[in-house]
Design a binder for this molecule. Sequence first.
Ligand SMILES: Nc1ncnc2c1ncn2[C@@H]1O[C@H](COP(=O)(O)OP(=O)(O)O)[C@@H](O)[C@H]1O
Ligand SMILES: [Mg+2]
Length: 410
Amino acid sequence: MNQASDKTEPRDEDIFWAFGKTENAVMLVDGDGRMTRANPAANALAARALPAEAPDRLLSLLPAEAWTVARETGRWAGEIVANDVVIEIILHCGEREGVAQSIVTFDDVSLRNARQVELQQRHDELQAAHRRLAGAQEQLLQSEKMASIGLLAAGVAHEINNPIGYVHSNLGTLQEYIGALFALIECHEAVLQSDDPVAGRNDVLAKRERLDIDFILGDLPKLMVESREGIERVTKIVQDLKDFSYVGRGEEMRPSDLHKGLESTLNIVWNDLKYKARVEKHYGELPLVECHPSEINQVLMSLLINAGQSIENRGSIDIATGAENGEAWISIADTGCGIAPEMAQRIFEPFYTTKPIGRGTGLGLAIAYRIVAKHCGRIEVSSQPGVGSTFRVVLPVMQPEREAATPPEA
Ligand SMILES: Nc1ncnc2c1ncn2[C@@H]1O[C@H](COP(=O)(O)OP(=O)(O)O)[C@@H](O)[C@H]1O
Ligand SMILES: [Mg+2]
């Protein structure tokens, strides 16, 4: 034990050796503020900060208050700049064997400061790059959505054309009917204004028979209802498309009806699916789910389009929904080609596609994954080649941080 303490107690020559070797600049100063010793590091620093001057000139850089403070409290610390060199200075005032003595250490922090500035610059650059990336990602999301809408445009046009077609043809028929009704009214008026209206009664009846008014009276309301439905269908599709292309950037998530989203998404992709697949719905009970509905619609659209594209000739797509344990799920199962096990882990990679150019971008699932992850949810996949695939989107009914913010019920 004694031996150990002996070894930790430095001898004078060791201290002298260390004073000469250390890279920290140290000066000893007498009671009058005159330098008595400077180690080589202090001399080197003085040469950098005050070239062509004696090393003790470094002391003249200390503000007068440094000495007052250090004499009163024992210590002063501060920073000075000389010749672009930033020096951190610590001054200790004390006594040695009854004689006032001070020690001053100098630390050249220019390099450290420069590094810090550089680090800050790098950090700012990284932050800017991150912002740019986030913007680009948002754009990518939007452009994939637009690309899928582009793919769907032909189908949507067809969906709209169909009702417009029969509304147009109905209008033609209605015009003929109105002509006939006007002709009958004219006949009525002529008879009423004649000298013997009673005698003209048979003329009116004959005219009515000839114009097939009974048929018209039966058919006209039907045509009106059908036309109205057609216009409503067009309005609905246009509304769905508008909801769909809507970008809710920066908006808060809101409690949303996923069934409604499913229906309007189905409406948009319907033309792509209807010739390929029988679509069956097994909707369960769903609470309102806190989400960005237009983003979730985009996920559902990607899954539905993929399901449709996976079916070569004819098959079926089963859509089921349900909720349990604070989570809501939507599953979309197809009887399509399925996914080979070795490919299964790649399908969420951006630009991974097995489809020809123009049909696949390889972004659908990558973006769907990102959207669902942002909602703190997950996408589960099970698939068997040649049999079909099931994609299941699971979302928390309430977003986690919101849940924490909700006060406990009284
Ligand atoms: N329902 C599905 N059935 C079979 N394969 C699928 C299905 N959904 C996705 N895939 C596979 O995953 C790949 C990536 O899908 P996605 O990201 O939507 O891109 P894209 O549809 O543009 O190819 C598809 O090319 C396909 O090979
Ligand atoms: Mg796709």
